[in-house]
Design a protein. Sequence first.
Lengths: 496, 401
Amino acid sequence: MKAKSIATLCTAVLLATGLTALPLQATAQSARPIIFEIEGKSEGNETVGYTLPEEKAAAGNAISLKVFLKSTYHYSLPVTVSMQADGHEYSWSQTAGTLKGYAYSAADAEEATEQTNLQWNKLGTLEIPYLFYGEIVLPFSALNYGAGAEISSVEAISLTATAAVNSNFASGDTWIVDGVSLYLFEANFATVEGGSVTIGEEIVDFTQLQPTALTHETSRGNCVGELQKATEEDVQVFRAFVNEYNSECEQMGDIKLIETFSLGSGFSSVGTERASAEFLKKFYRSGQIAGCEQVLEAGNGALAYHIDSGDYDAGKNSYAGLHFNFAKKEATDWSGAKGITVFVENTSSCLASFALEVFQYNLSTGLLEQYNLNDVGQKYKTAYAYNVETGEEFSYHTQTFLRVPANFKGWIRIPFSQYAAPAWSMAPAYGNEGVLDFDVNPVVKISMTRLFNVNLEMTLIIDNVGLYYSDFGVGSLFDDSVPSIRECVENGSVSV
Amino acid sequence: MKKIICVLFATAFAFSLTACNEPDPTPTPGGDGGTDETYESKLFDGMDAVFDESLGYYNEHPSVIQDGATRWLFYTRNTAKYEAKDSIAVRKGTFSSGTWTYGDPITCITPTGGKWDSASVYNADVVKGAFSYQGEDYSFLMAYSGSDRADRKDADIGFAVAKTPDSEWVKVGDEPIVTFTSSEWDSVGLTYYPGAIEPSLVSYDMQGKVYLFYEESEVFKSNYAYELDCSNLDSIVKGGRKIIERTGITDLGTSNPLLYGADYVYDSDSDFLFAIREGRTTATAEPKVADEVQVLRSSMDVLYTVDQGIAQGEPRVWWEKVGDTIDDEATADMSDPSKLFGYTRIFSPCIVGDAYGRMIEYGRMEVMFTTQANDGDPRLPADREDAYRFSQMIHTLEISY
């Protein structure tokens, strides 16, 4: 058993959120973790557990679980952490509020310095955010729904992943693929005192174990998940994701690119086939037709989003949903931006469309809020376009589904003023407050949804999604008091 | 109280006065063929037309500019009686003794065989400025709809130029300026596409820069303002093409309000953009056109404002109604017992502006519009089932606000 060290506590100011940072000292990074992967699970939970060779006396007042969430079917992965202690089964569960997490700022960082609030959802499970790499600190005082428990020794520890989507997301989508991949590094005792956390004695070091040392169960049906020992390539992928997540967004003129549909430079050390697979895993899908899929092609750093007539069931009002979270933490900060912009090519000679929906994570309610162009109070929404091939700039009306003119290739801008919470999401069951506030709340997810019947066999090439920061006009032939879209893209700058 | 005043009752303001030519019961020169034809009266259910022409000739889509003491009334007219052969014609208006009188029609343009406008040309609008084309300087620019279909569907918009309104008009290029391709919008099998229609020109600088307003029948119809520098028509500089927001426009029974069939003028004093438009039709019998027209205005900012950033609350209401709606009641002639009901088809209006597409006088305006007989009206010739298609007339009223 390797030795443990205790970090000196300090506080730092974090990013724009203003959260305080409590550094936790990490253990060695060279060993390979256990990867818990679930593909194609539509219902039921799956649990991975570890029973200690012998019970271990509690060396602190909390457990800290070090994980990395590489992929999930939504913004986060709902999990329940449990332990067998003093002959009893304990689980951490709350239906509101947050739990402290501490993220590492790099794959080889020795301290977890960035405090992150991990949300308890209304079903009592804890949401691990997409690409979270850090320590989940679980105080014994939070056991028994906050009543706390005196723990003297621990015998086993387990983590249950919610495989079927029924979290507190403001969406009633039916998910087709879950695609969970959770890296398990270690679990340690920790001491929480006031606002400080100290990592203590090791409970289990997953990097030193083989998958056979762990149990794997499901609450319903058969287990479809797998426990794997990370390969060297898996570790390279992990390092690439984490370092990409903590790098800055690229800029282009007055645009901050929040999704380039390209893997970062860190993936250059990963094989092409694996890198391509990782790119596609980033996207998770939904739709009202079971089995419908979009054809995704990674090429030239763009996303080909195709609607295949073979998946179309005319008997249903069908749509295809393609969703993604942000590969960079900075991409979640939308403060100061004036709108969203997307570079898109409609390869067909007919109008195509897709909904570009944004999901604000409401920090006060802990709920994900959906916003789009579907607004009963304003039927027509205005989009602004710059065709890079013809040079034409124009504004036009659109509705829920953003219209992309035939053969168009270029930038489309949508001011945030055109976004609203759809009426259904304002129902108490979903809890959308309907107020965009990017100075307070991050945006964590984007959905691109397409109707089948009007998009059959049409492909959209989506190259970049970004935020723009400048006022602009539609061309500047008559009025040059504000720059044109082209001028913004070519000569603008990102200034908050 | 209605503020509409039939210009039959002349006021002291010359610009607003219009005389209605008396019908000529004798055989008249008809069409461009110069053959004598028997005059047939159109159906007058209300006020007289600004000029009279025999049934069998449609007179529709007026567009009027007043250049000094002269008016030019452009409109769509068929060149042969009871034959749907489009032309854009112009009549010169002169003011005398408190009355505007419009002269004989002069054909400006007709369809060009083998081209995009090979079957129809219609709905023109003209603006004065400084334009050059193929080494010649011109002072008047016309925008018009055209199609290679006789039913005028799938229309595009093209340009023509002339040195004076009644001189030769030269079409600009072989291709339209605004192209509409129905297949680009037809993802769900729609078959009815009017196309790019209702062009309306307003000068930006009294030189070569113009706004080209038009309506486009996309999946749902939209109004656009296209910024164009036409100083050199051999190389038109295309600026922004801007959607015209439609908040404030209301039509009963539809969630798709629009500036249907609109004509625009700009008032530089107030910085208002005025538009006269058709009310959404409720007609169930042919012709299925509007039964009223109305004037609206908006701040010119409607063309330039981009609501950036997060906005909570209701969107800005851009358009407000000006004056009274012109409907059947407004078009009745109470002095004539046979004309008390007014017209039930009132459409394709225009505002009489100056030569640059600007308001002549703030506070009141003269407007013109088209009326048409209904299919099956027993007063139409019994031996011509399609007579109503050739019954359009142009009338005028003044709106004060």
